[in-house]
Design a protein around this ligand. Structure first.
Ligand code: AMP
Length: 282
């Protein structure tokens, strides 16, 4: 196997020394790679001379009662997937080499963006994401970095940070890849039983109800949200955490869809927390 794997920023930097004149694409991940990740690799492969994938299960973005310890880790398999996707190098930094310590400087995006949606229950999550993504961008210094629309709040926050801090990178958002049932692919789907997976399809099915209404020119937020709720109610096992319609860029709630809007859901099936969204008005 030829795919180089680097475990410290210094090692990666030595490798990148000879590629700095070429376009570099970075795809940050937490591993347990699936076809959703691979769609980002393919896009990066298409648009850059050099593709770097990072795998880092970032302790800063997990809350005290979350699944940091049991988060799926499968480095050997991930390495094969990356090699087959034509990735040039894997960056799998150790926690120590990422300098995670009590006195780490942290990046804070606008609170209005971080505290909504997943921020209601995942306090500190987006600060952890913002800090590590900023570190990765500074370590790799890519021309482009690739993120999934599946994590739309994360994508909006990263776009905001890059603009506000003048980080010289193009942030590329990539569409959500789904199973045939419509369930958005996620490393956490591994936690679900076959029954749980089929129940979880209600999430996207319910979002599609709003999509259909929006296609018929419905712009009233209450009506769009009501259509989603009606469908969600058909699966009693789904425990809703939030359902919100917000502005795609600012993440602030809206009453009327008059520009691109994000319809986002989070909830649990069999105790596993799942998120999904669609963009309305596109
Ligand atoms: P993760 O490993 O879950 O942190 O995800 C790494 C990147 O892959 C993030 O930018 C995610 O938004 C993206 N991603 C995860 N699942 C999907 C999916 N089903 N479709 C597209 N992108 C995804």
């Amino acid at each position: 196997m030829n795919l180089p794997v680097f475990t410290t920023p210094k090692e990666l930097d030595s490798y990148l020394q000879c590629h700095r004149s070429q376009s570099i694409g970075l795809v940050p991940t937490m591993g347990a790679l699936h076809l959703g990740h691979q769609s980002l690799f393919d896009r990066a492969r298409h648009e850059n001379a050099v593709v770097i994938v990072s795998i880092f299960v970032n302790p800063l973005q997990f809350g005290a009662n979350e699944d940091l310890d049991r988060y799926p880790r499968q480095l050997e398999l991930d390495r094969v997937i990356c090699e087959q996707a034509g990735v040039d190098a894997l960056f799998v930094p150790t926690v120590e080499s990422m300098g995670i310590k009590d006195l780490l400087t942290q990046v804070i995006a606008p609170l209005a963006m971080m505290s909504r949606l997943c921020g209601h229950t995942r306090t500190g999550h987006f600060q952890g994401v913002a800090t590590i993504v900023t570190k990765l961008l500074n370590i790799v210094r890519p021309e482009r970095a690739y993120f999934g629309e599946k994590d739309a709040q994360q994508l909006a926050i990263i776009r905001r940070i890059v603009a506000d801090l003048n980080i010289p990178v193009e942030i590329v958002g990539c569409p959500t890849v789904r199973a045939e049932s419509g369930l958005a692919l996620s490393s956490r789907n591994q936690y679900l039983s076959p029954i749980g997976r089929s129940q979880a399809a209600v999430i996207y099915r319910s979002l599609q109800q709003a999509q259909t209404l929006a296609a018929l020119q419905e712009i009233n937020a209450q009506k769009l949200l009501a259509a989603v709720t009606t469908e969600l109610d058909t699966v009693s096992e789904f425990q809703l955490e939030y359902l919100e319609l917000v502005d795609l860029d600012t993440l602030q709630p809206i009453d009327t869809v008059d520009k691109l809007a994000l319809l986002a859901i989070a909830g649990r099936i069999e105790g596993t927390r799942l998120i999904d969204n669609i963009i309305i008005g596109r």
